[in-house]
Design a protein around this ligand. Structure first.
Ligand code: BEZ
Length: 215
């Protein structure tokens, strides 16, 4: 008889981030340790692989920019903590890049399964390249999935964080290809009165539903 496996529903945008306590390269870490900070929890397929190595060096390169934005970084794969340690030592020795953030050793796949980081069609054993953006209230605010063969774009991750933080701070939305300094979108009106009112606010409006403003 087929084994009955409990279906785990991975988190979606707006869900509370699943709690965890995990062994990492910097000791045991719990999700709640990050309460009050933004957190990027990202998975990579495997240690000692070239695309992952380029990604780790790239994450290390933007680490200071993340810290400036109040964002912590936490990596994960299903490799052991010894493997993670050996790999980060190798990256420092051979590539001259120090990895300043912790990496979860998710050997029993508990965290990967609860976050939906294992995509069987892509790999039966390795986590795909996921990025979970978790806000200070520990709500999942954005999710990015990339396949094993494509390294992630750090500029886009920073842009996404800037957009989320701007949205929260100013109650606005950000248009396609937005970057800090660009105009933002005024949220669409909910009533006819609001639609008419906003046309008098000095926004740059293409029409009643489509208004932009400078911050
Ligand atoms: C890499 O990081 O280079 C890699 C990992 C898994 C599959 C393909 C490439």
């Amino acid at each position: 008889m087929e084994e009955l496996q409990e279906e785990i529903r991975p988190p979606r945008i707006g869900d509370p981030a699943p709690a965890f306590e995990a062994v990492t390269t910097q000791g045991t870490i719990k999700l709640e340790d990050y309460k009050g900070s933004w957190l990027i929890l990202f998975s990579h397929p495997a240690d000692f692989t070239p695309v992952c190595t380029t990604e780790f060096m790239a994450f290390a390169e933007i680490y200071e920019e993340l810290q400036k934005r109040g964002v912590e970084l936490l990596g994960l794969s299903v490799d052991s903590v010894s493997s993670h340690i050996a790999w980060v030592r190798n990256v420092e020795e051979k590539m001259g890049v120090k990895i300043p953030f912790p990496i979860i050793a998710d050997l029993n796949k508990e965290v990967s399964l609860s976050y939906g980081m294992l995509h069987e069609g892509e790999s039966k054993t390795a986590t795909v390249r996921c990025v979970f953006v978790i806000d200070p209230k520990q709500v999942v605010r954005a999710i990015i999935y990339y396949p094993l063969t494509t390294g992630r774009n750090m500029a886009e991750i920073l842009r996404l964080l800037d957009a989320l933080q701007t949205t929260d701070q100013h109650g606005v939305a950000t248009p396609a290809n937005w970057k800090p300094g660009d105009m933002v979108v005024v949220p669409p009106p909910n009533t006819q009165e609001m639609a008419e009112e906003r046309l008098k606010q000095g926004y740059e409006c293409k029409d009643w539903y489509f208004c932009m403003k400078k911050l």
